[in-house]
Design a binder for this molecule. Structure first.
Ligand code: SF4
Length: 85
């Protein structure tokens, strides 16, 4: 067990079970970025408050071409993809 990981991400799982992203709740609750956002060398991932008009993520959502993977399934994910240009 990793004591720095949230309980949802710290449960032993059998081989072949898909992990689900928890948005690094143990980090974001402390005001940190998720680990993958922080470590990405090219800044490809953005994370933030969509309701904050000044946030980087809100500006990306408003100015870039954005799509939702398999939107037709209507699962309403909180994960969006955007094109660089
Ligand atoms: S935010 Fe990134 S590092 Fe954190 S659980 Fe999700 S995919 Fe993994």
């Amino acid at each position: 067990m990793n004591p720095k990981t949230h309980v949802l991400g710290n449960r032993p799982r059998p081989k072949g079970v898909v992990e689900k992203c928890t948005f690094c709740i143990q980090r974001t609750r402390e005001g940190l970025y998720p680990a993958c956002v922080e470590i990405c060398p090219v800044g490809a991932r953005k994370f933030g408050n969509l309701l904050d008009p000044e946030s980087e993520i809100r500006q990306a959502m408003d100015t870039k071409r954005v799509f939702i993977l398999k939107e037709e399934l209507a699962t309403h994910p909180s994960f969006f993809y955007f094109y660089a240009t």
